[in-house]
Design a protein around this ligand. Sequence first.
Ligand code: UDX
Length: 448
Amino acid sequence: MEKEGKRRLRVVLVPGPFQGHITPMLQLGSILHSNGFSITVVHAQYNSPEPSSHPEFSFLPLPDTSSAVLTGELIAFVLQLNTNCKARFQECLAEEMRQQGPDDGIACIIHDELMYFSEAAAKDLTLPSIVLRTNSAANFLARHALLQLKEEDHIPFPEFRSQDPVPELYPLRFKDLPILGNLDKYLQLLSKASNIGTSSAIIYNTIDCLENSSLGKIQQQYHQVPIFPIGPMHRIASASSSSLLKEDTGCMVWLDKQSYNSVIYVSLGSLAFMDVKELVEMGWGLANSQQPFLWVVRPGSIRGTEWIEILPKSLKENIRMRGYIVKWAPQKEVLAHSAVGGFLSHCGWNSTLESICEGIPMICKPCFGDQGVNARYVSHIWRIGLELESNLERSEIERAVRRLMVDEEGKEMRKRGKNLKEKVEICTRDGGSSNNSLNKLIKIIMSF
Ligand code: UDX
């Protein structure tokens, strides 16, 4: 970025150490790089991004020698990461600042809200910082409500309240609140992640036309700093992959052989787990629906088995007739393929945005965290999908697939999905809300 003659500004990015957080941060990096900034990505070693996919960035690993990740305690891992990494991060940046030439100064640090140690380090180094929130704005409000309900002693809530509406958070019910893992540790993390400290702005990977009302409420809460909804970032960034797993592109050839809008794509994202019974129910539900399906089963995501070797032979034969299973798909290309007509998803925020951008209606099977909030918005606010409310059972899955892919109800959802897709596209064009927000964000970074 041209400033004071030939000066090119550097932005330091600190992504959260999970696929759903790394992807939007690297997309933001690509967007800023194409606007003239140099990019340094400081990252945890766990789930380290692949530098060769982004030769235009510099990468700097942090020493995250935490044992919690090995035991699957992801919240404890993130808390430890924040404790362990601040000093090292600060040393690295101080060293970079000593070495920096007059044409490569650090303009600011942009950090995932989970990596809140970055804000404290930035403050000590008198560098400006900006927070990136990779979830929806509605999810932030739900988290805020959760913290308040906890203070008033309403959390954990009794089972009989699970269907009750959360006051002032239509259409959310208590069961949709973003609860995760060990509640005390989780609330501790939420409270730290929500405190922006001395940060100068908040970036959201969302879009004004999807979340105008939630964004307005958040702006009221954080009236001292600007909020920039610049999503959907995957649409604005150049297309380089940030996948931590190898994408199986063979499914694209299979998709080419399927008819228009006929395939239901199934994926529960990068973190969710199932047990064997659920895997088998899902398999039979999909097979019995009589629709072609492309199913992602992540290796290691089925408790007690490595992959799909446990599926009964008769089911495997059924699947072979109209299904295709991969370990990891090139999801954005899959959703953009003309054969794909529906998405059975866990409703992670990236998957939800990617589906909306292709006008693909969804069957929502939220598993944890923000996914319940996203599912509720898909089914009740944007009305482009339906939610599987029961446990994974074959008859429910079969019925949901047919409702979405065959019935009139699904056709209406598809129509609304196409309209929403067009609205989102307008937001990313010149003069659209996301485009305007991005221009303002760039101006702020240049002014530091
Ligand atoms: C996690 C949480 O589960 C989610 O709720 C939160 O919003 C972000 O962090 P994850 O499970 O990774 O998310 O889901 P999601 O946010 O949807 O991100 C998954 C990413 O992996 C998407 O960008 C998707 O395109 C990609 N993906 C998924 C693939 O590239 N291939 C696949 O086979 C499956």
